[in-house]
Design a protein around this ligand. Structure first.
Ligand SMILES: C[S@@+](CC[C@H](N)C(=O)[O-])C[C@H]1O[C@@H](n2cnc3c(N)ncnc32)[C@H](O)[C@@H]1O
Length: 408
């Protein structure tokens, strides 16, 4: 049988502290060096020249550079060699030397003559994926991408089988569109046994979960004499202690008006490990989905995110509305639909221009997204007339008037 017809024998080389020689400082070296460095190899580059990226690795002390051409003896002490000069004769001589010293050697110019092939590799959460197809590197890369992507987003189910220590992931699910959860969030969701979910956030993702996953609506956890939040904290703790992989799926970001810290604190007090996965907050993404940037050069140099769930004249309010009224930038209000009339009047009373443009974006990033425009003077009445309902993000400021194709 032809040597090239038999499959390669896959192996993971443990190169830490071992000498690896790379001949040639061009594009091939540029692509191979980072993973050799990441593997802890003692990398020696032999080449008269190098690309700027390779030089940067040399400058950073990650690679030793001998600025000259290949010469006999370079591979004598190597464990592994990458031969990639632009001189075919030098490549042939180097691979002959590698053969003589029994050094595994990849060759950029002649895969048939090489004694080793570089697989298409990728990593996700401690898993290294390496794919060899023999003669079709594009196919190797495509298979690698599919596997890594599947591991990252959880569509390729590969649960951990080591004994679990109790833990909970507080996952920010983003504003509602299921595509706007993070890759890590989606993977943890795919690995969950129990998901405790809020009303807001990417609820469509819950339909995709396999039948064995217990999905609990946080709003429906019975709380008897305890507070609703306390009941949620207890449910997280109980399920984690029962050895389940628990995901607390929250709308937007867990730490933006999401009570995420209260849950993290309760878990810490119960001795349960907690991972916080940030999410895309509705405070920025919902305006963006409606075409409103919260900052714009020459228009707004700041944006302030404020909760409107407490009326401005309520003694328990922690918001300095008078100070906010003096700002010129963008105000983003969450949980403010009910009180927008009172908030607008307060801002005007403290000096914010009554003509300031305002947009209300309801159910942003979902199929039901709707935008209602007004000014600070009219927004209370407009919101009522238009029947605006939560969830909505209210944006106040000149950024609201910006339009595509109109640079002003
Ligand atoms: C309790 S807060 C949670 C915020 C969330 N942690 C975040 O970072 O987006 C709920 C408020 O977020 C806003 N909100 C969340 N998702 C929204 C969406 N898809 N469209 C409009 N507003 C949204 C509304 O103002 C809603 O009342």
């Amino acid at each position: 049988m032809d040597r090239n017809d038999v499959p390669a024998y896959p192996v993971g080389l443990r190169l830490s502290g071992r000498r690896v020689v790379v001949l040639g400082g061009g594009q091939v070296a540029q692509r191979r060096l980072p993973s050799l460095v990441a593997a802890g190899a003692d990398v020696v580059l032999v080449s008269p020249s190098a690309t700027p990226s390779v030089e940067a690795m040399v400058d950073a002390g990650e690679v030793r550079w001998e600025r000259r051409r290949y010469q006999q003896g370079d591979l004598a002490d190597a464990w592994y060699a990458v031969v990639a000069t632009d001189d075919p004769q030098a490549n042939a001589a180097a691979s002959a030397e590698a053969e003589q010293h029994r050094v595994w050697c990849v060759r950029s110019d002649d895969a048939d003559a090489a004694t080793a092939w570089t697989p298409a590799t990728g990593r996700s959460e401690g898993v290294t994926v390496a794919v060899l197809t023999g003669s079709d590197p594009r196919r190797s890369a495509a298979v690698r991408d599919a596997v890594v992507e599947g591991l990252r987003d959880g569509t390729l189910a590969a649960p951990h089988h080591r004994a679990r220590t109790p833990s909970v992931a507080l996952v920010g699910g983003g504003p509602g569109d299921p595509d706007l959860i993070t890759v890590r969030g989606r993977r943890l969701l795919a690995e969950a046994d129990v998901v405790i979910a809020d009303r807001l956030g990417p609820r469509d993702l819950l339909d995709e979960l396999p039948p064995h996953v217990e999905v609990i609506d946080a709003a429906k956890i019975p709380y008897g004499r305890a507070m609703a939040q306390e009941a949620i904290n207890n449910a997280l703790i109980e399920h984690a202690k029962a050895g389940k992989a628990v995901v607390r799926l929250k709308g937007g970001d867990p730490f933006v008006f999401g009570r995420g810290m209260e849950e993290a604190q309760a878990l810490a007090e119960a001795g349960i490990a907690c991972t916080v996965v940030p999410g895309i907050s509705s405070s920025i993404s919902v305006p963006a989905a409606a075409g409103i940037p919260v900052t714009h050069r020459g228009v707004a140099h700041e944006f302030t995110v404020v909760s409107g769930h407490v009326a401005p004249d309520d003694p328990s309010s922690l918001v300095d509305w008078a100070a906010l009224a003096r700002l010129h930038g963008t105000l983003v209000l969450l949980m403010a639909v009910e009180r927008i009339g009172a908030i607008a009047r307060t801002l005007i009373a403290h000096g914010r221009d009554a003509d300031t443009p305002v947009a209300i974006v309801q159910e942003g990033t979902t199929a039901a997204q709707r935008r209602v425009d007004a000014t600070l003077a009219t927004v209370g009445r407009t919101a009522a007339d238009e029947g605006v309902r939560p969830p909505a993000v209210i944006v106040i400021g000149d950024v609201v008037a910006l339009r595509l194709g109109n640079r002003g």
